[in-house]
Structure formats: C-alpha cells, structure tokens
Write a protein that binds this ligand. Structure first.
Ligand SMILES: *[C@@H]1O[C@H](CO)[C@@H](O)[C@H](O)[C@H]1NC(C)=O
Ligand SMILES: *[C@@H]1O[C@H](CO)[C@@H](O)[C@H](O)[C@H]1NC(C)=O
Ligand SMILES: *[C@@H]1O[C@H](CO)[C@@H](O)[C@H](O)[C@H]1NC(C)=O
Ligand SMILES: *[C@@H]1O[C@H](CO)[C@@H](O)[C@H](O)[C@H]1NC(C)=O
Ligand SMILES: *[C@@H]1O[C@H](CO)[C@@H](O)[C@H](O)[C@H]1NC(C)=O
Ligand SMILES: *[C@@H]1O[C@H](CO)[C@@H](O)[C@H](O)[C@H]1NC(C)=O
Ligand SMILES: *[C@@H]1O[C@H](CO)[C@@H](O)[C@H](O)[C@H]1NC(C)=O
Ligand SMILES: *[C@@H]1O[C@H](CO)[C@@H](O)[C@H](O)[C@H]1NC(C)=O
Ligand SMILES: *[C@@H]1O[C@H](CO)[C@@H](O)[C@H](O)[C@H]1NC(C)=O
Ligand SMILES: *[C@@H]1O[C@H](CO)[C@@H](O)[C@H](O)[C@H]1NC(C)=O
Length: 700
C-alpha cells in the first residue's frame, strides 16, 4: 500500500519531487557564517571530477615536479629521516591518475595528502576551492604538559575558554548547549582538564594519526607538536595557533568523543561528544549556490598561471608584479608591501592549507613587558626583569616593509644592549620563514663579521637542472631575457667562491648524481647573494654565541631553518625546544630548502608561445612544459637546496637538527611567552661562564 501511495505521488507531482529532494547543497549553506562539517562536505562533494580537470592538474603537477629539488631524495630519505620521509610522488601521480573519484574534492584530498606525506613544507598542491574555504574548529585546543612529578599528559589548554569566547563569540552558545550538565554550561569548567581518552583511545593515538598527515616538517617530534596549541608573534600582535586538533583545513571530521579527568564525579572522569563546526573563511569569496561558489573560488584567476613578462607593457609591469598571487594566502608569512613584491627579494617560506592564524593570544597570556625601540611587525624586543636577558620574539622572516624590517632588527638588538642585555633569547615559535637575506642579516648582526658570517652567513646552494630548466637557461644564454627579469638569469647568482656568474654562456651545467638509484642533475654550487646588505652592519657582534639561545616549539622552517642551523652549527648557539613528548628527539627546525617557489613563477620562466614579437624564452609549447592550470590551484616546490654545514657536499635538508635542550611546559607557563622566557633564561643561563669550549673570535 505504502509503496503504491509513493508511486502515485511521484506520478502526480513530478516537478516538486524532482526539484525538492536534490536541492543544491551549496545553496543550503550559502551566506551562513557557520555550518556543520557534514553540510560543507556535501557542498564540496557536489562538484564531479571532470576528466579534463583531472588530466590538467595531474599534467601541471607532473611537469612542475622536475623543478622541485627533492623528488628523488624523498623516495627514501637518508638517516636520520629514513622513517619520516619515504614517498614517491611520481608513483602517487600514477596511482591518482588510475583512481576514480566520486568528486573533485576527493581527488584533491588525495593529491593534497600524498604531497603532505613528503613532510616538506615547501612542496605541496593546494586549492583555493577546497583548502580552508571553510576552517573547521573545536573550541578545545589541547596542550602537552608536564606535572610536578615529571609525568606528561594531554590537557585542554588552560586558556581554551578565553580563546573561544573571543574568537568564536557567535558560536560558543552552540557548543555550550551540548556540554554535559556537570560542566554547568560553562566552557571555563573544561579549561585545564586532563584528557584521558580521545575517541576511546589514548590521546597519543590521535596525536600520531595527525603526525601522519599534517606534513610540513620532516621531524616526527615537530609533527606531533603541531597537534597542540601554541603562540606566535604576528604582524599585528600576539597570535594563537589552535593546533591541528582544534583547527582543520578540511571539513572531514564531524565530532570527537573526549574522556576527561573530573574528580567531582563518580569514577573521576566524564565522557562527552562535541561536534566540530566549520566557519566560512575570511579570505573565501561569498557565494549563493554551487555555480557561484565554483566561479568565484575554484577557477583559475589571472594570477594562477605565469605571464610573459615581455608581453606586459613596461609601464604596467610594476603594477602586475605588485599584486599578490593566490599563493600568498597559504604562505606562512604576513602580507608584504606591493613594492617588495615588485622587488622580488628571494624568499624561502613554508606553505600550508591552513592560513597563518588570525586568532589572537588572550591578553592575559601576551607579554605585558614594555617593548624596546626597534620592535616592528613580527619582531618584538623585550628586556626580562633579570636585567640581563634580552628577548627577540620573531614570528617570521618577512614583514611588510623589507627595508624597514632589516633596520628595525638592528635597532632592536642595539636597544637591548643599551638596556643592559648581556644575553639573548630569540623565540622563533611558529616562524615559517620568509626573506632569505633577512635570515643572513640577523645572523651577521648578532655574531659580527667572521669567516662564518662574511661573505656568506647562510648556506651555499644548488638548484635542480632538469631538462626544461636547462632549456630555459640555454635560451637566456642566447639573449632571450635582456631585461634580466627571470630567475634562471645568471645575473643574480654567484658561484661557489661568491663571484658573480658570467652573464654569457650556460651556467646551468649539468652535474649528474645518482639519488636513490635514479639519475638526477643539479646546478653548480652557488654562493652568497645578500652582501652587500641594504643596511650598514656594525663592526662587532652584538651578543656572544654562548650567551645566545634560540627557542621554539620546533615549528621553525625554511628561512627560519637557515638562520637557526647556521647559528647553531657555525656559531655553537644553543637551541631549545619547548614542549614535546619525552623520549622523542626534538628538532629545532625543519624543511630547510634554500629558496622556495611555485608553479606560476616557473610558468613565467617559460611563457610564452612562439609568435610573441618581443623576447622571453618561448618554451610554453614544449612537450616538457606544464600547460596552464584551469583551476585555482597552487603548487609549491623547493627550488634551491642549501648545502650542509657538517657535511658540506650533501643537502642540509637531510642532516640532523636535534635540539640541545628540550624544555618541559607546565600549566603555569604554557602559552605564556614571558613566563617561558623567564624559565628558559633561569635554566640555560644559570651557568654564567661560557658553556662551550670554543672561544669567541676576534672581529675581523
Ligand atoms: C559576504 O557575505 C557576508 C555575510 O553575508 C557579508 O558580511 C560580506 O560583506 C560579504 N562580502 C562580500 C565581498 O560580498
Ligand atoms: C609524468 O611524466 C612522465 C614523463 O615526464 C611520464 O612518464 C609519466 O607517465 C607522467 N605521469 C603521469 C601520472 O601522467
Ligand atoms: C601512522 O603511520 C604509520 C606508518 O604508515 C602506521 O604504522 C601507523 O599505524 C599510523 N598511525 C596512526 C595512528 O594512524
Ligand atoms: C572512567 O570512570 C569509569 C567509572 O565511572 C571507569 O570505569 C573508567 O575506567 C574510567 N576511565 C578512565 C579512562 O579513567
Ligand atoms: C586580475 O584580476 C583582478 C581582479 O580579479 C583585477 O583587479 C586585476 O586588474 C587583474 N589583473 C590583470 C593583470 O589582468
Ligand atoms: C626610544 O626612542 C625614543 C624616540 O626616538 C627615544 O626618545 C627613547 O630614548 C628611546 N629609548 C631607548 C631605550 O633607547
Ligand atoms: C620578574 O621577576 C620576579 C621574581 O624574580 C617574578 O616573580 C616575576 O613574575 C617576573 N616577571 C614579571 C613579568 O614581572
Ligand atoms: C619602507 O621603509 C623605508 C625605511 O624606513 C622607507 O623609506 C620606505 O618609504 C618604506 N616603504 C614603504 C612602501 O612604506
Ligand atoms: C668564480 O668566478 C671567478 C671569476 O670568474 C673565478 O675566478 C672562480 O674560479 C670561480 N669559482 C668557481 C668555484 O668556479
Ligand atoms: C612550438 O611552436 C613552433 C611554432 O609555432 C613550432 O615550430 C615548434 O615545433 C613548436 N614546438 C613544439 C615542441 O611543439
């Protein structure tokens, strides 16, 4: 009977039945600031994977990979990263190519995660359509704390309720309503509680599951640390990073069951489930339905692909170079000034599917000390109340105004000296890199002129000399880049003894090596590129290396690695990682690289088709050249690789970056920068005498 009634309904009302049961799932959430992850997923999965899109993305990615320095190394990294990096990206592309996906979203997630598995923060495939279109949150950031007995445990961050009240004002009531009555409808009651189980398992099961997919850093310890909340000095103030448990780039998790210690109840624990919620990200473009979401967020923009710089009228070239690329959202550095985009100072910076945090560190936790002159943007200087320790909190190696930034770093360090600082803490927590020459400059001014800082405070480097890269260099050698606009132009590079490369002839000679059994080739060794600096450096070092320490949560990458590694290995500066699981070797940095870049930049090197009346390499129609992307994708790569310090003939990328000291976090100091610096200073500087055997060298 029932079946027949439905059949009749279907016959009688075909239009309502056809249009109602399948409304556009994107129209359902359009215009809403918050949505359930399942609803966002339904929207994102409503776009089928068209074969031409699949082929296009795979072809671009495949043909851009020969410009990434580390593809063959990453098939099986050497010790000490042999357990951390063993991903064959070409094999992934073959597998993805042969896989059928029910949606473009699922295709993207597979591509995204495959690239994340190389644990290289420069190398990845991102989509402005899917990554952080919505950010998915839980108002319960977690921390890893050590108690008085020395035992470690996972806790809900003591500041969780403050962060949630401020950041999720319009959503807190949604979550609070769902809390068990024992918490009296207060998030505050949860802050600081010990987490016994996550989804019925030991908390570290969830930590490890995240470490498997979060990417960004080779070191297992650092990927564990990414799960937990932390702080960063941002361009506008102190920022709070919720960590991978409480903040997700994709709406793939609906809820979590937590068991927390709660002595007031029988059994001493409470188990409850709390849903995640997805918030439309501030950088995403408003939409009203599936088609408008796609049109505004998912299709290639005029910045997705490269351009023929010789086909832009000269008076428009500056304007063109000054516009940020879609890539900027995922670069782990603050926005930079248009004129600095135009000047194209070389950068080495991490990418991630989660943009830099825009959540602020609660005021109660933020430094209340007066900042010292020279503090600018991501750099803030403080004097601790021991009257001997100066602090440079440095959240990035990029800041809006490059020229001002370099000057401010010097002024701030000199300000600390003037205020009586004898020793220095540099806190680089969550510093994802930035300008390469700022890293060299900071090293140079702290340490002074020495053979280790002049002419090269950074690392020598090399770039991969794949067949298309060699063709680019050959065309440039034949004169196709007369205005010296391209990165393969030798005019901007120096050789291994720091002399300018000859501007004629092919500089990208092939130096063949075998990596993991595969023939590979790299350029000649390149030397320094930063001297003469834009700023006048003092004649003497400002701080003694044995009275300087670099502190972070391990999440210091790219140019931050260049700085920390050269300070640690060339000067003997000690490195401290705060937090971190006992018994797991902590690394003070990761993802070294040498210079990072992306598909659109490489594409600019090969644009455009034959027939252009003016110059340029005109390689775009070569069979090795990637086509233009059709979608709003971004492909990040490591373009140059720094050579090592301990082993100067192998990339630094695969050499050890074990921290000297792992400093435990307690509930009293966690996420409180000043309390951490005071504790670190009291512990690492307690020995007034130089701790290291080397002697500070006389200034040159
Ligand atoms: C996007 O939508 C939000 C909320 O509906 C609105 O406040 C905002 O102004 C819109 N932005 C644009 C660029 O239309
Ligand atoms: C990637 O390119 C290589 C040639 O450069 C080709 O052999 C391989 O089949 C391509 N892979 C995919 C998945 O298209
Ligand atoms: C993480 O990956 C390793 C290696 O693939 C696997 O053995 C382990 O089970 C994974 N852990 C979790 C929690 O998913
Ligand atoms: C939680 O309490 C129950 C009793 O209410 C007990 O059986 C269980 O073992 C406790 N769980 C944990 C993880 O302590
Ligand atoms: C690119 O598009 C943006 C807006 O979508 C526009 O403002 C800009 O002028 C365009 N640039 C070029 C070079 O076409
Ligand atoms: C900081 O700068 C101001 C203005 O230039 C100056 O008056 C002040 O003395 C400076 N303070 C220190 C500690 O150098
Ligand atoms: C300064 O020093 C005292 C004692 O040494 C300490 O208790 C206090 O918390 C410190 N920090 C600040 C920011 O006042
Ligand atoms: C950047 O800072 C320098 C030095 O302070 C200043 O001369 C220049 O005008 C600034 N540039 C911009 C774009 O604000
Ligand atoms: C670098 O270039 C200079 C000048 O051309 C040359 O004398 C020197 O031998 C070169 N160094 C290397 C390592 O090739
Ligand atoms: C590129 O185009 C030119 C002429 O338009 C042609 O001569 C050349 O063979 C093409 N190259 C390839 C690899 O298709």
């Amino acid at each position: 009977m029932l079946g027949r009634a439905i059949w009749i309904l279907a016959v009688l009302a075909p239009t309502t039945l056809c249009s109602r049961p399948h409304p556009d799932p994107c129209a359902l959430i359009a215009g809403e600031r918050w949505a359930l992850p399942s609803d966002v997923r339904r929207c994102l999965r409503s776009f089928p994977l068209l074969p031409e899109i699949k082929n296009n993305v795979i072809e671009v990615v495949n043909k851009t990979l020969p410009f990434h320095t580390s593809v063959n190394y990453q098939i099986q990294a050497p010790a000490p990263y042999d357990n951390d990096v063993h991903e064959d990206l070409h094999a992934d592309l073959e597998r993805i190519s042969a896989t059928e996906y029910t949606s473009e979203f699922d295709f993207h997630i597979d591509m995204y995660r495959s690239f994340k598995r190389v644990n290289d923060g420069h190398c990845g495939v991102y989509s402005r359509c899917y990554d952080s279109l919505y950010i998915t949150y839980l108002p319960l950031p977690l921390v890893l704390l050590t108690d008085e007995s020395g035992a470690q445990g996972v806790y809900i961050a003591p500041e969780a309720h403050e962060v949630a009240q401020k950041e999720f004002k319009d959503a807190v009531s949604f979550w609070v309503k769902l809390l068990p009555t024992v918490f009296e409808k207060k998030l505050r009651a949860l802050s600081g509680l010990k987490v016994l189980l996550i989804n019925g398992q030991e908390p570290f099961f969830a930590v490890e599951a995240n470490a498997n997919i979060t990417g960004g850093y080779q070191s297992h310890a650092t990927r564990q640390n990414s799960f937990f909340s932390s702080y960063r000095r941002g361009a506008e103030g102190w920022e709070y990073n919720l960590g991978n448990f409480a903040s997700l780039a994709h709406p793939l998790v609906d809820d979590v069951e937590l068991t927390v210690e709660y002595p007031d109840v029988e059994g001493g624990n409470v188990t409850f489930t709390l849903p995640y919620r997805s918030r439309f990200a501030s950088a995403s473009k408003n939409f009203t339905d599936g088609p408008s979401l796609r049109e505004r967020n998912c299709l290639a923009t005029n910045k997705t692909n490269g351009v023929d710089l010789y086909n832009i009228p000269l008076h428009q070239l500056s304007e063109f170079l000054e516009e940020p690329k879609p890539l900027a959202l995922f670069q782990q550095q603050p926005a930079i000034a248009p004129s600095d985009y135009r000047e194209r100072h070389h950068v080495n910076v991490l990418l991630d599917g989660s943009p830099l945090s825009d959540v602020s560190l609660p005021e109660r936790l933020s430094p209340s000390l007066e900042s010292i002159n020279g503090s600018y943007s991501v750099a803030e200087f403080f004097m601790l109340n021991d009257s001997a320790t100066g602090v440079l909190a440095l959240g990035s190696f990029s800041a809006k105004n490059y020229t001002h930034f370099g000057q401010a770093l010097l002024e701030g360090l000199q300000g600390l000296k003037k205020a009586g600082a004898e020793r220095l803490i540099v806190d680089v927590s969550n510093n994802g890199g930035g300008y390469i020459c700022i890293a060299h400059w900071l090293h140079r001014i702290i340490i002074g002129p020495k053979p280790s800082t002049h002419p090269q405070a950074g690392l020598d480097s090399t770039l991969r000399a794949g067949p298309l890269a060699q063709l680019i260099a050959q065309r440039i050698a034949k004169g196709s880049d007369p205005d010296e606009l391209l990165y393969y132009n030798p005019s901007q590079w120096t050789n291994a003894t720091h002399q300018p490369l000859p501007t004629h002839g092919n500089w990208l000679q092939q130096l063949g090596i075998v990596v993991n059994g595969k023939d590979d080739s790299f350029s000649q060794r390149l030397g320094q590129e930063c001297v003469p600096f834009k700023w006048k450096a003092p004649k003497h070092g400002l701080f003694r290396p044995d009275q300087t320490v670099i502190v972070s949560n391990g999440r210091c990458g790219s140019s931050c690695s260049l700085f920390s590694i050269t300070m640690a290995k060339k000067e003997g500066v000690r490195t401290v990682v705060i937090g971190g699981k006992q018994g797991v070797e902590q690394h003070y940095c990761g993802t070294v690289g040498g210079q990072s870049t992306d598909f659109s930049t490489i594409d600019t090197e090969i644009k455009r088709l034959n027939g252009s009346p003016r110059q340029s390499t005109k390689l775009k129609n070569h069979t090795l050249a990637p086509p233009d992307l059709l979608t709003n994708h971004i492909q990040g790569i490591t373009w140059r690789l720094g050579y090592g310090i301990d082993n100067p003939n192998e990339p630094e990328e695969w050499q050890s970056h074990t921290a000297d000291i792992n400093f435990p976090l307690t509930k009293e100091i966690v996420n409180k920068p000043v309390a951490i610096w005071e504790a670190v200073a009291a512990s690492v500087f307690k020995d007034k005498k130089p701790i290291f055997k080397f002697v500070v060298q006389e200034s040159l």
